[in-house]
Design a protein around this ligand. Structure first.
Ligand SMILES: C[S@@+](CC[C@H](N)C(=O)[O-])C[C@H]1O[C@@H](n2cnc3c(N)ncnc32)[C@H](O)[C@@H]1O
Length: 278
């Protein structure tokens, strides 16, 4: 695998990404099957903010004649990605590049530009989208995947369910203070920045902690982070209720009544070309 270096400076390590992507394997299969159906026969695919490469590898397995470039601002996951590519027999198809897409998008003639859970992190998503549009030819396809319904993990009959909902609402507001486009109107943002939206589809993210260890770890980590991040935005009673749920989950997965539910929206678009630039 080619491995180039570029900008660094993104301190978040995205711990738990592996459990999340494993827990939501069905979401990934449904999403990538659909993307490939829409993509025709691409030769060059770019996966922006590739993380552990769940999409890069999934696309490589589905598109054996395409070259996939996995781009990320940090190389935290790239050795894992390389091992998995090797094991899946697609190492020759997948290349990794470290680059901060706020500064550069190192791609040329990509037929498919894929970006899952990435664009809400960049400083100026509009500018990145316009740059991607400029660098793509008329037939290119963009697929942006972002959170639609933020994840909730407790079933209504769990004692901490109402506290979870209130904490999630409070945390959603906080997230939007630092990342205004988290859960934002992506089809509109994409349409306003050099692309013509072709289709938008919602994919559920769900998993069962009782039967899946990755889902159990992801649900516990999610609850633990929610409890920690919301202490100053919810009542003490809610905060204690959440911490109690975390304690119960740590003791035994079955001590919590789980119901993981959330969704992501996937927006497909083609470069918008005005009549005189065709
Ligand atoms: C939440 S993870 C998503 C990983 C994977 N695409 C997925 O959907 O599971 C976000 C990824 O975007 C990367 N990222 C954030 N800002 C970036 C930037 N400006 N340039 C390139 N990658 C960036 C992060 O390093 C991280 O790996």
């Amino acid at each position: 695998m080619a491995h180039e270096h570029g900008h660094h400076g993104h301190a978040r390590t995205f711990d738990g990404l592996d459990d999340e992507t494993a827990a939501f394997a069905r979401h990934w299969d449904d999403l990538l099957d659909w993307v490939v159906e829409q993509a025709g026969a691409p030769s060059f695919v770019v996966d922006l903010g590739a993380g552990n490469g769940v999409a890069s590898l999934g696309l490589a397995r589905r598109l054996p004649t395409a070259q996939i470039t996995a781009i990320d601002a940090q190389d935290t996951w790239f050795s894992v990605l390389a091992e998995r590519a090797e094991r899946a027999g697609v190492a020759a198809l997948v290349h990794t590049v470290v680059a901060d897409i706020d500064h550069e998008v190192p791609m040329s003639s990509a037929d498919v530009v894929f970006a899952s859970n990435c664009l809400h992190h960049v400083a100026d998503a509009g500018a990145v989208l316009r740059r991607l549009g400029d660098a793509s030819d008329g037939d290119a396809m963009l697929c942006v995947v972002e959170v639609a319904l933020p994840l909730l993990v407790l079933a209504d009959d769990d004692p901490a369910a109402a506290a979870e909902r209130r904490a999630a609402d409070a945390l959603g507001m906080r997230l939007r203070e630092s990342m205004p486009l988290h859960g934002g109107p992506w089809a509109q943002v994409i349409g306003d920045n050099g692309w013509q939206v072709v289709e938008e589809r919602e994919f559920v993210t769900t998993a069962d902690p009782a039967s899946d260890a990755a889902a159990a770890r992801h649900a516990l980590r999610h609850l633990d982070r929610l409890a920690a991040a919301s202490t100053d935005r919810v009542t003490r009673v809610d905060s204690e209720s959440l911490l109690d749920a975390v304690d119960r989950a740590r003791r035994a997965t079955r001590a919590v009544s789980w119901d993981l539910r959330g969704s992501r929206t996937a927006v497909l678009a083609r470069p918008a070309r005005t009549a005189d630039t065709r």
